[in-house]
Design a protein around this ligand. Structure first.
Ligand code: HGY
Ligand code: MN
Ligand code: MN
Ligand code: MN
Length: 399
């Protein structure tokens, strides 16, 4: 079965009628359907599937064991996301197993495909939640208190998925099972397009984090309240959106984005009592990311004071720059005939695991360069080239 056919099975009609985002959340019905799809496809290939204490799926070729060659990615998406970010890595892994079987290859060490839950943080707000739990990069008690937009907690979601919330947290046994982890991912940018290459190796990941800014003012009537009598939190919130762009523009290579603003109560004829907005900030290193966020936080304080509002800034997640192991990068590039290595601005479970186990990433060309939107794309031919490259890498590592 081709990568495209596998992707077609799990990318139902998106928001605009095209192939687009699917499971916007971890551990809800849509996500459980995707997990069932993966389990069925893995079973078709004779892979035995287990779920670890943090909800990651592991599909084993042969018996589970320590020091395994592990590949995989995620199946959840962002609201209105594309059909490749995450699923391409999972589908390519399944096809790579097919290709290796066709070649008569038998792994010389345990080999597994993993699916990490809640990579996008689209439901509980913490990106790479599954891999952060596995590596102990997030405190379990803090994680279990995370709530989704409907007020359900992660503990509720885990229980709904048949898992014991009391068992989440750093999983040393799982980490010992990973001798090397290789994630294949659609490129989120135009690097490979500009290089004219279908496949590449990841060099590094930007430092990046998420901050919630909460502006608190006074809810009131949109018609009966004179302007002079207002303490409208929407004004400083709007100012921060512009301040974020200014702050990022002043630091080379950095990015700052406000993609989500939630006024409370959110009535058209109601002055909001509070406004939450989320800042996504990224830069080449920790110092620059922190500098951008400090600049934005200072602007937020000034803007809030000018409108008689209060503001709080809460860091919800953060990951420092990741530079993938140069020797492993070069080794895999060599296996693939010298494909280029390139940086990425996007975060990944591989970026979390890299601090704990030998880790690498393969990228597949994205002709649009767009991601986290329905126009994210990879041609069928490049998807197959990615799966073939992954098969070569897995055969090399599991020889
Ligand atoms: O947000 C990211 O960079 C990733 O796509 N989760
Ligand atoms: Mn993503
Ligand atoms: Mn991804
Ligand atoms: Mn009224």
């Amino acid at each position: 079965m081709s990568v495209a056919a596998l992707l077609g099975a799990i990318a139902p009609v998106g928001v605009d009628g095209k192939r687009g985002g699917y499971s916007r959340h971890g551990f809800d019905r849509a996500d459980l359907d995707l997990r069932a799809w993966f389990t069925e496809e893995a079973g078709r290939r004779g892979l035995s599937v287990e779920t670890d204490r943090n909800g990651a799926l592991w599909a084993w070729w042969g018996s589970p064991g320590d020091g395994a060659v592990v590949t995989g990615s995620h199946l959840d998406s962002v609201p209105g996301g594309g059909a490749y970010d995450g699923p391409l890595g999972v589908a390519a892994a399944l096809v790579a197993v097919d290709l290796l079987r066709d070649r008569g290859f038998t792994p010389g060490r345990p080999l597994a495909i993993t699916v990490f839950p809640e990579e996008e943080g689209g439901r509980f707000g913490l990106a790479c939640l599954g891999s952060r739990l596995m590596t102990g990069s997030v405190d379990p008690a803090t994680a279990l208190r995370l709530t989704d937009p409907d007020g359900a907690t992660l503990a509720d979601a885990l229980a709904y998925a048949g898992l014991d919330p009391a068992r989440v947290g750093r999983d040393g046994a799982a980490l010992r099972r990973i001798g090397v982890f290789v994630e294949l991912h659609v490129e989120q940018g135009r690097g490979l397009v500009d290089l004219g290459a279908p496949v590449g190796v990841a060099h590094s990941i930007l430092a990046h984090g998420r901050w919630r800014l909460r502006f608190t003012g006074e809810g009131n009537h949109a018609g009966a309240t004179l302007l002079a009598d207002r303490r409208d939190p929407m004004l400083p919130a709007a100012g921060v959106v512009l301040a974020a762009r200014r702050a990022a523009a002043a630091v080379a290579g950095s990015r700052a984005t406000v993609g989500r603003i939630v006024p409370v109560p959110g009535g058209t004829n109601v002055i909001a009592s509070s406004v939450d907005l989320w800042l996504d900030a990224r830069a080449a290193d920790d110092a620059r990311t922190r500098a951008v966020v400090a600049e934005i936080s200072a602007a937020a304080a000034e803007l809030a004071e000018a409108e008689g509002c209060a503001v709080s800034v809460t860091e919800e997640s953060y990951g420092d720059t990741v530079v993938f192991d140069p020797a492993l990068r070069d080794e895999l590039s060599g296996v693939l005939g010298g494909v280029p290595d390139l940086p990425t601005g996007a975060g990944h479970d591989a970026g979390v695991l890299a601090a704990h186990v030998p880790t690498a990433m393969l990228f597949v060309r994205n002709p649009t360069g767009v991601s986290h939107a329905p126009s994210e794309h990879a041609t069928d031919a490049d998807c197959e080239a990615g799966a073939a490259a992954l098969a070569d890498v897995l055969a090399h590592l599991a020889r």
